[in-house]
Design a protein around this ligand. Structure first.
Ligand code: SF4
Length: 320
């Protein structure tokens, strides 16, 4: 049974939900584990022509976020109002210039869930002018409808990072149905959806993980990713711990083989193991980062472009 599924995956066949659940049960470190990672690695290197991708995200503000995600450093229960911060628009533009000069492939702008939509559009319009015409530009913001998706498009965004999180509505104060309505708005507006299975913790069942892997297949998703939950000190879910690097690599490989994204397969937290298990894309991060208590994540958890290039190179992904 397991060998049949692995053979199907290797032959480029379409994997089912049941197949994915079975693959998630593979014992880490077993022979089947390395077979799975090897199949995903080969599949990804062929489809992505051996090229690694570097995306960068600029967090433009921090404030106590009413979504109150129990793993996030910006959740209203853990982030102090007096530490609120907005990156001046000129600084955001300079950061974008630097990231472009350093060789980033695609640029993301992030805010907390309730940040002013009008202000976000102003940032988008200003930063767009600093990007090469053919560079993809991605919004990572709270929920919105199709009318706002159209406005994002008008100011120059080409895509949106949006997800229905694992534990949405339980570990967050957001409505899962609203999250899905936003995914639909992205699609209806003709923006590119970037999807991710996140934030994966030790308590998530194979079925929950598989739900989010297969949700991506309901949309046109050409950039897929997996992300483990990071234990941020002071957050409510800190005590639940983290999944291992070995487990993340397994989920990465399975996700890559179930979705077979056309353009890129990303991973957080990035490591060489995932980059040998189907992932070819990682992020540099600047300013605010929900997985970091520092408001200058580039000096803390966030990787620089140089560091991401080095990591991709270590796993023999080509970067320019
Ligand atoms: S993860 Fe995003 S939506 Fe959730 S609390 Fe943090 S900033 Fe808000």
């Amino acid at each position: 049974m397991l060998n049949t599924i692995l053979a199907k995956a290797e032959a480029g066949g379409t994997l089912t939900r049941e197949d994915a659940v079975r693959l998630l049960a593979i014992e880490n470190g077993s022979q089947a584990y390395y077979t799975l990672l090897g199949i995903a690695n080969r599949d990804a290197r062929t489809r992505f022509s051996g090229r690694g991708k570097i995306f960068a995200q600029i967090g433009i503000e921090a404030s106590p976020c009413p979504a109150n995600c129990a793993f996030c450093s910006l959740a209203k229960d853990v982030f102090a109002e007096q530490n609120s911060f907005v990156l001046p628009i000129g600084d955001a533009e300079k950061t974008a210039d630097q990231l472009v000069a350093d060789g980033v492939d695609e640029l993301f702008l992030m805010t907390t869930a309730n940040y002013s939509r009008e202000d976000f559009l102003r940032y988008g319009a200003a930063i767009k002018k600093h990007l090469p015409d053919d560079m993809r530009f991605v919004a990572n913001v709270g929920d919105f409808d199709e009318a706002y998706a159209q406005r994002l498009k008008q100011v120059g965004f080409t895509g949106v990072y949006h997800i229905r999180r694992l534990g949405e509505g339980v570990d967050t104060q957001l409505d899962p149905a609203q999250r899905i309505a936003t995914l639909d708005a992205v699609k209806q507006a003709g923006l590119e959806l970037y999807y991710c299975v996140e934030p994966i913790g030790p308590e998530h069942t194979p079925e929950e993980i598989v739900d989010e892997i297969f949700r991506a297949t309901e949309y046109p998703v050409e950039v897929m990713a997996v992300m483990k939950r990071v234990c941020v000190p002071g957050t409510k879910l800190y005590a639940r711990g983290e999944i291992s690097a070995a487990e993340l690599a397994k989920i990465c490989a399975i996700t890559e083989l179930c979705v077979r994204p056309k353009r890129a397969m990303g991973v957080h937290e990035p490591d060489e193991l995932c980059l040998m298990a189907g992932a070819n894309q990682i992020y540099a991060e600047v300013s605010v980062n929900p997985r970091d208590r520092s408001l200058q994540t580039e000096q803390s958890r966030g990787a620089s472009i140089a560091r991401t290039k080095q990591l991709l190179g270590t796993a023999e992904w080509q970067v320019s």
